[in-house]
Design a protein around this ligand. Structure first.
Ligand code: 13P
Length: 252
């Protein structure tokens, strides 16, 4: 039985004061139940301060990105061990905003995935198609290319300690959520692609949905058989909104 993971990607939002209120609201409002885990991913400068707030709570800490390098002359980058050092458990890799705005390639994303994992961080590999790609009928090809960059570099075994997030680009920040059926279809495809190499392992991998998830649409998405949680942007910035999604996971 897979646990739900309800993850907040704060993107470039927050401040010391706002984060403190948000995190204490989340930590103090975690719903009862055992079938889910909560995660917050603040911007880099706030990781250590949020770490001190979530330590000992039911909320885990993650970063929004990570370098594929271990140390050295990489101005502006953050090494995987630094994330471990400040108390991170997870790192998002290959978010569509990183791919589209900063030109990250699938090969680079795969390198980040493996570097994070080597340091003991669980990578959350984001995959997803644009509207044009969906309309052209190439959704599965796009997802396969993004998944295969990791599968080809390191094989299926690395997914035993990783999370996948399906984030259709057209649903991110647009209020246009994929229907539960649309999301399930892609989640099933992702799991089947892993299962073709290792069926047992594929059954255990958490596959999150991301794209305008909120309290109202979370119950419908989370009851689909291959949706194991959410990667949430906008609705992770207010404790009550985030907790409404956590509540849906607790009830599912
Ligand atoms: P929204 O929930 O704001 O659509 O963002 C989704 C996302 O990109 C999470 O990584």
């Amino acid at each position: 039985m897979r646990q739900f993971l309800i993850a907040g990607n704060w993107k470039m939002n927050g401040s010391l004061a706002a984060n403190e209120a948000l995190v204490s609201g989340i930590v103090n409002g975690v719903p009862d139940g055992a079938g889910f885990r909560l995660l917050v991913c603040p911007p880099f400068p706030y990781l250590a301060s949020v770490a001190s707030q979530v330590t000992g709570s039911a909320v885990a800490l993650g970063a929004q990105n990570v370098s594929e390098h271990d140390s050295g002359a990489f101005t502006g980058e953050t090494a995987p061990f630094m994330l471990v050092d400040v108390g991170c458990d997870y790192a998002i890799v290959g978010h569509s905003e990183r791919r589209a705005i900063y030109g990250e390639t699938s090969e680079q994303v795969a390198a980040k995935f493996l570097a994070a994992q080597a340091a003991g961080i669980t990578p959350i590999l984001c995959v997803g198609e644009t509207l044009e790609e969906r309309e052209a009928g190439t959704t599965e090809q796009v997802i396969d290319e993004q998944l295969d960059a990791v599968l080809g570099a390191a094989g299926v075994d690395v997914f035993a300690a990783a999370v996948i997030a399906y984030e259709p680009v057209w649903a991110i920040g647009t209020g246009m959520t994929a229907t539960p059926e649309q999301a399930q279809e892609v989640h099933r495809h992702i799991r089947a692609r892993l299962a073709a190499q290792d069926a047992n392992l594929a059954e255990k991998v958490q596959i999150l949905y991301g794209g305008s998830m909120k309290g109202e649409n979370a119950p419908g998405l989370l009851c689909m058989p291959d949706i194991d949680g959410g990667l949430i942007g906008g609705a992770s910035l207010k404790a009550s909104d985030f907790l409404a999604i956590a509540e849906a996971a607790a009830q599912s």
